[in-house]
Structures are given as structure tokens and as C-alpha cells.
Design a protein around this ligand. Structure first.
Ligand code: ADP
Ligand code: MG
Length: 235
């Protein structure tokens, strides 16, 4: 990665060791993530204070880790403080919406690497491909903590009740500038309009550009967000 992407020469992921679980820090180091990018260094602490996040930073600036790290950290923290046998805790805690299957696979791979040292505690399902029947069975059986989906797939699974997001902690809309134009416009609206979501949850809107679509999604998904516009991150 180009030097300009990094926050500075001093800050490392270990600088966040008071905020981020040691197992995640080890996994990041294994993946060659020594120092956070600008968007990561700004988004992670704010997200861990439960702020909604609107991050506009160019492609390649590291937005995947900027939302995945706090989202996973919150799941780990919650698991360490509640009774794991409580059946109400066995529910999907995070939904990551992405415009395409390829992007779902990328987010899924990042999470797989991030979770190598705690994969028995946090389960991830990428439901963007595969048959609906297979997915319904899998979702009902595994009750993954994190679900990655395209909006159309997420809506179909919500409508068939295979997926429930009524106990959601975090909702991510990645590539927010593209997601509506990929034909997901009505599906995204339906996800917000239906009574699927709880009253309170944290939202992340990640985008390379600010467009009318992003403004619309901001109105739908965000409450009093921390707005990170990383102009200095542009060439
Ligand atoms: P964006 O979503 O903003 O386009 P990505 O999250 O896809 O960016 O990250 C772009 C690339 O940079 C990926 O290959 C990712 O593995 C790498 N990357 C992200 N953050 C870091 C980091 N802190 N250190 C090293 N590499 C990183
Ligand atoms: Mg991205």
C-alpha cells in the first residue's frame, strides 16, 4: 500500500490495544496489517463509542477493516459479558450489505482472516450465493453472528424468516454509492421499511464518493453520524 494511505508513521494497530481484543490484533499482524490507514484510525474508536459512521474515502483506503474491526470487537465484548447459553443471544448481530457477490466474498475473506483466533466465538455466513433452500437451512441451524449479503438476497431471506435481524447490533452498507444502482434500490428500501430492524442499532455507510444515493441512504440509515470525509486521502 502507498505510504499516503497510512495514518502516520507512529500509530500501529497495537496503539489500539486498549480497544481491540488481542486475538484480533494478532490476526491483523499475521495478515501484514501493521499500521491502520487513515479511515481505520478514525472510524474504529468512534464506532466503538457506538457512533453511526458515514465514511467517504477512496477505493483502496481500507474501508473493509474500518467497519469489520469494530463490528467484530463489539460482538466479542458482548459475548464476554453475557451468558453464552442464553438462547436470546444466539442471533444475528451484524448484517453487511454489499452490491455484488464478489464484494461479499472479499468481506467474507477479510473476516475469515480476522477471526482465525476466535472462530469458535464468532460465526460468519456469506449468503450472497447458493440456493435459497440451502441457505435457509444453514441460517436456521448455524445462527451466524455476522451475515454478509446482497440486499436482494437479504430481503428474500428476511421475508421467508430464515434470517432475523431483530436483535441486530450493527448494519453496514458497503459501497453505498453503488449499491442502489446495482438494481438493489427497492430491496434496500424494503429492508428499512419492513419491521425487520430493531429500534436501536449502529449503522455504517461506507462509500468512495458522496452521491445523491448516499445522501438518501444517510437519511434512511444514520442517526447523528460521525461523518468522515477523507479529502486528504485523495490523489
Ligand atoms: P476499500 O474498501 O476502501 O476500497 P479495502 O478495504 O478493500 O479498501 O482495502 C484495500 C486493500 O488494502 C486490501 O488489499 C487490504 O487488504 C489492504 N489493507 C487495508 N488496510 C490495510 C492496513 N492497515 N495495512 C495493510 N494493508 C491494508
Ligand atoms: Mg470496499
Amino acid at each position: 500500500m502507498a505510504e499516503a494511505h497510512l495514518v502516520d508513521n507512529k500509530t500501529t494497530f497495537s496503539s489500539f490495544s486498549h480497544l481491540i481484543d488481542d486475538r484480533l490484533l494478532r490476526a491483523l499482524a499475521d495478515s501484514g496489517f501493521a499500521r491502520p490507514t487513515l479511515v481505520q484510525s478514525k472510524a474504529i474508536p468512534l464506532a466503538l463509542e457506538n457512533r453511526d459512521i458515514l465514511a467517504r474515502a477512496r477505493t483502496g483506503s481500507g474501508k473493509t477493516a474500518a467497519y469489520c474491526i469494530p463490528l467484530v470487537q463489539k460482538i466479542l465484548s458482548a459475548k464476554s459479558t453475557v451468558n453464552l447459553d442464553d438462547p436470546t443471544r444466539q442471533a444475528t448481530r451484524a448484517l453487511i450489505l454489499v452490491p455484488t457477490r464478489e464484494l461479499a466474498e472479499q468481506a467474507s475473506e477479510f473476516l475469515r482472516n480476522l477471526l482465525v483466533y476466535c472462530d469458535t466465538e464468532v460465526a460468519v455466513s456469506n449468503v450472497s450465493s447458493g440456493t435459497t433452500t440451502h441457505l435457509q437451512r444453514m441460517l436456521l441451524a448455524d445462527k451466524p453472528d455476522i451475515v454478509i449479503a446482497t440486499p436482494s438476497r437479504a430481503l428474500a431471506l428476511l421475508q421467508s424468516k430464515a434470517l432475523s435481524i431483530s436483535s441486530l447490533d450493527s448494519l453496514v452498507i458497503d459501497e453505498a454509492d453503488l449499491i442502489l444502482s446495482y438494481g438493489h434500490d427497492e430491496d434496500v428500501r424494503q429492508i428499512f421499511k419492513g419491521s425487520f430492524l430493531p429500534q436501536v442499532y449502529q449503522s455504517f455507510l461506507m462509500s468512495a464518493t458522496m452521491t445523491e444515493d448516499v445522501e438518501m441512504l444517510k437519511g434512511l440509515a444514520l442517526r447523528n453520524p460521525a461523518i468522515l470525509k477523507l479529502e486528504e486521502d485523495e490523489d
